[in-house]
Design a protein around this ligand. Sequence first.
Ligand code: 13P
Ligand code: SF4
Length: 331
Amino acid sequence: MSIDYKAEIERLKKKLPVTVVGHYYQRDEVFEMADITGDSLELARKCKADINPWVVFCGVGFMGQSVKVIAPEKRVLMPKIACCAMARMIDGSYFDDSVNYMVERGIAKEDILPITYINSDATVKAKVGEMGGMVCTSSNAYKIIEKGLESGKKILFVPDRCLGQNFANSMGLKSCVIGEGECDPKEADVICFNGFCSVHQLFTLDDIEFYREKYPDIKIAVHPECDPKIVEAADFAGSTSQLIKYVNDLDPEQKVAIGTEYNLVNRMRQGNTYVLSATKPECPTMNETTLEDLYLTLKSIEDEKPINEIVVDEHTVKYANLALERMLAIN
Ligand code: 13P
Ligand code: SF4
């Protein structure tokens, strides 16, 4: 007999002291089961405030890890420990190399303030925390960089070169990318690691041109993980929650093309909303989690044999927590 996953998930959620969390990029059927939804910042905040001792996080690895770091007393399980491809581009040793790159070019280590996008492993966040730095998300990067600049230090921004450059541009700051052309840390305010999101690199100027030609009054709204050329050509750039708000606030007749992950765009208002790409911009890791995975994870709590638990060592929790809490304090 086949299992009715939805009914079973509802039963388990009622029975167990558990909160199911879902990022907007999750498949619809998984997303519908979530008690808490939001962009990365909202998810971190809401999970911290939530009272249930168990969290089942439907998203990518750094998201579940971040909950464990800001609320170490919670038991955090992930139906799939799927790793964001951008987060995998940097580890502790690449982070050290980036610091050394700046030191070798005349910037003292004490004069570097690292900021890591939340899409990074907890070990990278811990290195950032140890150096007095902070985490940021796509919804608060402006504020965090602004705060960082108050220290008078050079900002080392990891791992997303696009986010780093986009916010530097919007603040009128000079930025450069390590490994891309001449990147002299003495000449730049924000020095970016060369990481990126392959999903958000799918959106091109040709896509924007196509829509602008077809519908001259169309609005283009994109995520700041897109290339700076795309963000510059768009009408709006913002986090997933900010994109949802932007679209909801538009006149229903206003056409809009969105440059972010497919599952979210597909769930936005129907009619006059387009995906800003000829190819389907799916995040493979976000799409890994299925309803069956969610059911099995909840069932493992009921059976007292929890699976896929997020474990972060004490040292990492301590320093990654510093970096995350500095961010939360600024918000
Ligand atoms: P948000 O914080 O905007 O939800 O972004 C997360 C992400 O991974 C975007 O690719
Ligand atoms: Fe990571 Fe890109 Fe997927 Fe977001 S869309 S989780 S940045 S790979």
